[in-house]
Design a binder for this molecule. Sequence first.
Ligand SMILES: Nc1ncnc2c1ncn2[C@@H]1O[C@H](COP(=O)(O)OP(=O)(O)OP(=O)(O)O)[C@@H](O)[C@H]1O
Length: 585
Amino acid sequence: MTEPSPVPFRSTGRVLLAHMRPHRRRIALGGLLGLAGAAAVLLQPLAAKELIEDLSRHDRVAGTLALLSGLVLLGAALKALSQYVLAYAAESVVLRARHRLIGRLLRLKMPVFEGMEPGDLLARVTSDTTLLRQVTTQSVVSAANGILTIVGVLVMMGLLDPVLLCVSVGVTVLVSVVVTTAMPRISRATVRAQASVGAMGATLERALGALRTVKASGAEERETAAVRRAADEAWRHGIQAARWQALMGTSAGLSVQLSFLSVLGAGGARVASGAIDVSTLVAFLLFLFYLTEPVSQLIQATTQFQVGAAAVARLREVDLLETEDDAPAVRRGTTTTAPTRPPATVVFEKVVFRYRPDLPDVHRGVDFTVPGKGMTAVVGPSGAGKSTLFALLERFHEPTSGRVLLDGRDILDIPLPELRADIGYIEQDAPVLSGSLRDNLLLAAPDVTDEELHDVLVRTRLDAFVRSLPRGLDTHVGHRGARLSGGERQRVAIARALLRGPRLLLLDEATSHLDAVNEQALRDVILEVARQTTVLVIAHRLSTVTTADRIVVMESGRVRTTGTHEELLVRDALYRRLAATQLLV
Ligand SMILES: Nc1ncnc2c1ncn2[C@@H]1O[C@H](COP(=O)(O)OP(=O)(O)OP(=O)(O)O)[C@@H](O)[C@H]1O
């Protein structure tokens, strides 16, 4: 599977409803509160008309005035509450969508992941889910409420005076007053919410940037939890922003209404003088004024739906991507000093493999056996398919035909967590994740004891380096370990793999980085590990092949020959050439 197929527009509505369904009660409550608020507002012109008529008759106005004030406050309170409840539901829709997406992304199958842009995936989790906020709640409810309110207002106006209704339909909507004092607070809260979204993107990028290592370390669940924590933080700030919006938005409406009531006072004086019968006119003006909000609501809802529909489609695409289903395993403790688990045997049986149907075969019938224990080195020209052997063993990809066996079992029959828990994988570029040294070392085995950790640090010659750091293991290594040297990164990667206590160690040897002393030391570590564990090394150094128990020579996707260094020097021309030109001394 490569590019996700586009989602047809008509299914967008269905997907939208699916997002809303878990929060339908809250959305309905928000909608009803909004309607009740609108009804309270709609009753105000009638009360105002009554008030004016009372004044013109020189009746007592206290009761009507109280009723009118009550309606104003009730309308404002109901609207604020409705806005908050809807915003709460909207934030919850976003949180749920993010949790779902985050849960899928670190479990994407490698071929699917390799066909995607990580930045695009990040945008789906960050900004697309944010767009969902408006479209699933505000715009749907605003549209429904807006239409109902407009119909209600028009009916009321028609009942008051059909002629004026015809005139007023064409009248330009009154410009509402913007309360600028609310803006700085809302924008501050929104900026914080956006910053949290950014932080979430950064956490996710850290894990996606080293997905192979995370997968090989069985760390999907813990990395997922870290990203989810950031998502929760964004949700919290979103709720805060919503609270300000509800409060300030409503006070804006309230202040407009209060100033309108002042005008009403002046108009009442005119009625008292008996100049004109303005009660109907005033009521009408009020209705006209109340039309402003639902009309703008409706326009906004339509725009939001356009934007949101695109976001929904993009989120749906991620839902359709293939993931690895099994739960990741976490290795408890380490067996680096005294392994209790037997070393693994590996067999490649007529393996044919290509990365994508449109690409040529990388493996064209690979056949070889790696017995338990000892070190097997793989050599061959660049592009011969050596690293692909490891990708198949970790099941990042699956053979087109043929089988890969671990202890005689087809690895396709071994649950992924079990398979990966048996393997320690050191990639050639030794990826290090942003975070502390400790985070990196414990990625594959979070429960190792301090002694086990110390032992591995000594063996990988990292102990002196860690001691030299003011913050020791809590030192932050920077984005992708940028604050470490290449050699340090490599030793961290080896220590991480050893802490996993693997039955099979896969080492894609670096072509540079280590000084002679550390080189020798690490070779000793690998040789020691090989006494108890199966070690498969893609060798780039002469010193590695000379100490290997057996060497597999690959050429153009096939195993050309196998043997020891001395045997191959005598009988294989390609090996002789590789040893002379490509293997570092
Ligand atoms: N993810 C991928 N998608 C598509 N093609 C790939 C992918 N990874 C590797 N290839 C291609 O597969 C072929 C074999 O790659 P592989 O990395 O296994 O070779 P290698 O023998 O390890 O080479 P080197 O010694 O240079 O690392 C190369 O032609 C490479 O371009």
